[in-house]
Ligand binder design. Structure first.
Ligand SMILES: *Cc1c(COP(=O)(O)O)cnc(C)c1O
Length: 418
């Protein structure tokens, strides 16, 4: 059984006369997303991995159980500890991330909870950059706090403040990059270096970038988290999450997942594996659409501000250009002279993008963060998190960019008429 990402590339496809040349051949992301992690010849000679609907795995007799335990055999035992196609997808995701190992969870939040609960004990501290997914912050401040874990938050991009927040109890530094919805970019060199120098592990939630656009492991970041619900699944039809990192640092995380039970159904895993096959193609289009639509919005008189790392006007554009291949499909923008109701009219007038939370799927999605995520928050909180009344978040899907632009154009026009 092939178990390591690097060993799971179908060898025959790369058989080159010169062995050295073969070793230096690094498959591209599409080759990896189609083939990595899979057996070349699968059960019943099927080209696709089977959906193994088994909650448990049988043993021939008592001796077989004893052999399994004594010899640490690689086989199924019980569904909560793993599923054969889950292992395939985990190897594929590790190969895409350039990590030794990946652990799959039932959602991005389950992945975060799985990592934090494995790594943090009472008295430990964790430091966050403040622009982060509000549920991640909520889990720490409302729930980990009940178990004696202390959460410190510093302004995104303030590396000195992050360093000052570290003390001998600090176990983990956490950031997203890009952040949501402000799309700030973290200097991964600096972030990883602060962690290394202080002997504190680092975690980057790279959901918005994906390994197509940014590769945190190459900068020395210890853990990379993705909501696979977004670009990895890519079709707005599943929830999943993944943590990648080294075998050594993930051993306790995997053990705890077997206890937490936040695993995927075999059908869900199949959808994720299928979605991953087109990962690179989709990302190319998301990047193109994001860039085109962001440029269109920035040039539009009804728009006062566009946050997109691919625009030279973005605060982190230089850093983004240096560290990212593309800038993804997510764009945040603000309407000129608009209250929240007028902003809502633009959202309501859009015909292609669907109104929904989430991002990263083939269908474009649009939402007003004030209404979708912060409606019941006091306005002081909204201001603190940088959520304005006239803000719209658009996740560009893979539709044709000219259609998305025409549609936004008519939505802005009709909203200003009413
Ligand atoms: C969606 C999202 C999450 C949470 O993932 P789920 O799969 O919804 O649990 C975490 N981080 C970021 C950046 C996200 O966009």
């Amino acid at each position: 059984m092939l178990t390591r990402a690097s060993q799971t590339i179908p060898q025959e496809s790369y058989r080159v006369a010169n062995q050295e040349k073969a070793q230096s051949l690094k498959p591209g992301l599409s080759t990896l997303s189609v083939h990595a992690g899979e057996e070349r010849q699968k059960p019943i000679n099927s080209i696709t991995d089977p959906i193994v609907c088994a909650s448990t795995y049988t043993f021939q007799n008592t001796q077989a159980i004893i052999d399994y335990i004594d010899q640490k055999q690689d086989r199924g035992e019980y569904g909560r500890y793993g599923n054969p196609s889950e292992q395939v997808v985990e190897r594929k995701l590790a190969a895409l991330e350039g990590a030794e190992q990946a652990i799959l969870y039932s959602s991005g939040m389950a992945a975060l909870v799985g990592l934090l609960t494995a790594k943090l004990s009472a008295g430990d501290e964790v430091v966050f950059f403040d622009e982060c997914y509000h549920r991640s912050r909520q889990f720490c401040t409302q729930h980990l706090s009940r178990f004696g874990v202390i959460t410190r938050t510093v302004r995104t991009g303030d590396y000195q403040a992050m360093e000052s927040a570290i003390n001998q109890n600090t176990k983990l530094l956490i950031s997203e990059s890009p952040t949501n919805p402000h799309l700030s970019i973290v200097d991964l060199d600096r972030f990883a270096e602060i962690g290394k120098r202080n002997r504190v592990d680092t975690l980057i939630d790279a959901t918005l970038a994906t390994p197509f656009n940014v590769r945190p492991i190459e900068y020395g970041v210890d853990f990379v988290l993705h909501s696979a619900t977004k670009y990895f699944g890519g079709h707005n039809d599943l929830l999943a999450g993944v943590i990648s990192g080294s075998d050594q640092k993930l051993a306790d995380v995997r053990d705890l997942r077997g206890i937490l039970g936040s695993v995927n159904s075999p059908h869900n895993i199949y959808l994720l594996e299928r979605g991953l096959k087109t990962f690179e193609l989709r990302m190319q289009r998301h990047n193109e659409n994001g860039q085109h639509v962001a440029e269109f919005l920035e040039s539009h008189p009804a728009i006062s501000k566009v946050l997109y790392p691919g625009l030279p006007s973005h605060r982190d554009h230089r850093l983004a250009s240096k560290t990212m291949k593309g800038f993804g499909g997510l764009i945040t923008f603000e309407l000129a002279d608009a209250d929240w109701q007028k902003t809502a009219r633009v959202v309501d007038n859009v015909r292609i993008a669907r109104i929904a939370p989430s991002l990263g799927g083939v269908e474009s999605l649009i939402e007003q963060p004030l209404v979708m995520s912060y409606f019941n928050y006091p306005s002081s909180e909204r201001v603190k998190f940088g959520i304005t009344d006239n803000m719209i978040r658009l996740s560009c899907g893979i539709e044709n960019p000219e259609d998305l632009i025409d549609d936004l154009s008519q939505a802005l026009r009709s909203a200003s008429r009413t």
